[in-house]
Design a protein around this ligand. Sequence first.
Ligand code: ADP
Ligand code: ADP
Length: 236
Amino acid sequence: GPVIRLDAVQKSFSLPNGEVFDAVRSVSLDIAQGDVFGLIGTSGAGKSTLLRLINLLERPDAGRVLVGGRDLTQLSRSELRDMRQNIGMVFQQFNLLQNASVFDNVAFALKIHGKHSRNEIDARVRECLALVGLAEKIDTYPAQLSGGQKQRVAIARALAPRPQVLLCDEPTSALDTETTRALLQTLRDINEKIGVTIVIVTHELSVVELLCRQVAIMEHGRVVERFAVDSASDAP
Ligand code: ADP
Ligand code: ADP
């Protein structure tokens, strides 16, 4: 089955004025294992809320969210911990630890999880930095890196626990055009090399055209269109 399944998912927020705002309205969506999936729409369409429902930061008011066939609302504590390792997340502003080395940033989630030996953590960090082309930066600090390099470290950090799914929320919005193209190429290479499913939220159509094989368009909390991108087989 699909690696991500949203089944009639509903999410509302209570506003300070007492009104209820429907951020996600009855969204049903299947995302196949190994896909590169773009979620596009104007600001306020509900894209980030949808990602937060997938990565366990929000609970749906109604409907179901399944990752790897598991209903996220039905997980035990230990299953929840494992599921967090199964869903990697990349943000617009990188969210790196400024006082930690690149090594420690990438090792962070593995150390938190507490199930990996020192040798395994070391090997994973090197492997993931190699995937993003930053092996030689292992002992540097975020302040020494360009924006594109910081985002590569963030991608390596997200991949270190070997997740099935990599969720990217506006990952190139803080980057210039050239850096964006290079980063999107790297994401595609990673998808091809290790098969991780990539879901990318963006307001830029050019980003999904360069990267994605499947696209869904959101408007006012609903998925209003879904299509396959033919040109995704051409190198960007
Ligand atoms: P997008 O990512 O497409 O820009 P969001 O999912 O961030 O859209 O937001 C959708 C709508 O939900 C926005 O109008 C936003 O103001 C509202 N919203 C999101 N999170 C909250 C929250 N925690 N409380 C109240 N309103 C929220
Ligand atoms: P902890 O204090 O969490 O046990 P370690 O003993 O694993 O951390 O490592 C001590 C420090 O050595 C880490 O903070 C990290 O910065 C550095 N370090 C460990 N392994 C490597 C490595 N392969 N490359 C670069 N730095 C490393």
